[in-house]
Design a protein around this ligand. Structure first.
Ligand SMILES: NC(=O)C[C@H](N)C(=O)O
Length: 359
């Protein structure tokens, strides 16, 4: 990007400009678990209650003058994010809902493994969000001398306090991305997340660079959490060479399944010449299962009209350039809202929360 043409932090229209100092602002931290707060033991890293807050209190940066005051709600139990399911997304959504009017912004401390799923889900669940929600964590625990957690958490906290960006963001390695565009690309690199074709919303350089032009417009409605996704049964089927119709049929053979994301190749392709495979999908579609074709690639755009035959012939609708995480979260959310099957199919390829479409 060109720093000359982009709004520098202080000039961003989302910079809070009410004369208050950062230290006069308060943020709420929902601490769900993850490596960032883990303690080293003889058995490896383990989440330990109270430990993250203790480590934070020993790092002066967290109580510096240019930091907001904060309240930490530590979840019980603290979870490795690989243990999370949609009912944990609801726990976070209701948690933020309950204290929404008491804080300037929100940070969700979360494990990295399923962070992109949670960030995607929250972007739909937190309806009419007009305050920042910043999801973060780290690859190395905060308690280690060399760690990425300290900058991730400091950056997330300042962003939640100083900017009124009305979005769920994922902050990692000095940049904030739109949450529902992110994927975890590395279990090794400290720059672990990326938002595909979609540029970073905020980049922490010597100053903070904010892409005002990309940030969602503030909502007109009232903040609410109206969908409960805890019990929605949706499956994700990752295509691979040799996948059989029998496998797909068994994966979908459950009357409680309401939807399926088919994680297809490249621009949404699959083995359309395999009649068993196609009829497994066609049958599910005729039973009312909403089938969504999303790409396996990190940068891709599903185009079901590219070739003569496509998964559209079996009833799939296009997730366009949505990530698998966003497609799954959006499908679950729309089904939880109780919309008709036709309406859900209609909405999947349409932009709702900035999750799809080019800039
Ligand atoms: N870096 C991490 O946070 C990974 C951890 N397994 C988690 O997702 O909770």
């Amino acid at each position: 990007f060109d720093p000359i043409v982009l709004p520098d932090g202080p000039y961003s229209k989302f910079r809070r400009n009410d004369g208050l100092k950062t230290s006069d602002r308060s943020i709420y931290i929902a601490y769900t678990g993850g490596t960032i707060g883990m303690k080293k033991t003889d058995d490896g890293y383990v989440p330990e209650p109270g430990y993250l807050e203790e480590v934070m209190s020993n790092i002066p940066n967290f109580s510096a003058d240019d930091m907001p005051s904060y309240t930490i709600n530590e979840y019980d139990p603290l979870l490795d994010s690989s243990q999370m399911n949609p009912s944990n997304w609801m726990q976070i959504a209701y948690d933020i809902f309950n204290v929404y009017h008491d804080y300037d912004g929100f940070v969700v401390i979360h494990g990295t493994d399923t962070m992109a799923f949670t960030a995607s889900a929250l972007s739909f669940l937190l309806e009419n969000l007009d305050k920042p929600v910043v999801v973060t964590g780290s690859q190395i625990p905060l308690a280690e001398t060399f760690n990425d957690g300290v900058f991730n958490l400091l950056g997330a906290m300042q962003l939640a306090a100083d900017y009124s960006i009305p979005e769920v963001m994922l902050y990692f390695d000095h940049h904030a991305m739109r949450g529902n565009r992110t994927q975890k690309l590395s279990a090794w690199d400290l720059d672990a997340f990326d938002s595909g074709f979609f540029p970073n919303l905020v980049t922490q350089c010597v100053t903070t660079v904010v892409r005002d032009d990309l940030i969602l417009d503030p909502p007109t409605g009232t903040f609410a959490v109206t969908a409960d996704v805890s019990d929605i049964n949706v499956v994700l089927i990752h295509l691979y060479p040799g996948i059989s119709g029998d496998f797909v049929e068994r994966a979908l053979d459950d009357s409680t399944i309401e939807g399926a994301v088919i994680l297809a190749y490249g621009t949404g392709n699959g083995p359309v010449g395999d009649d068993d495979f196609m009829s497994a999908l066609t049958d599910a579609n005729s039973r009312g299962v909403v089938l969504v074709d999303a790409t396996q690639t990190h940068q891709g755009l599903v185009n079901l009209d590219e070739y003569g035959a496509s998964l559209k012939d079996a009833g799939c609708v296009s997730a366009k350039d949505m990530t698998a995480e966003a497609a799954l979260a959006k499908l679950i959310y729309l089904l939880a809202k109780g919309y008709s099957i036709d309406y859900v199919k209609d909405m999947i390829p349409q932009n709702m929360m900035g999750e799809l479409g080019s800039v």
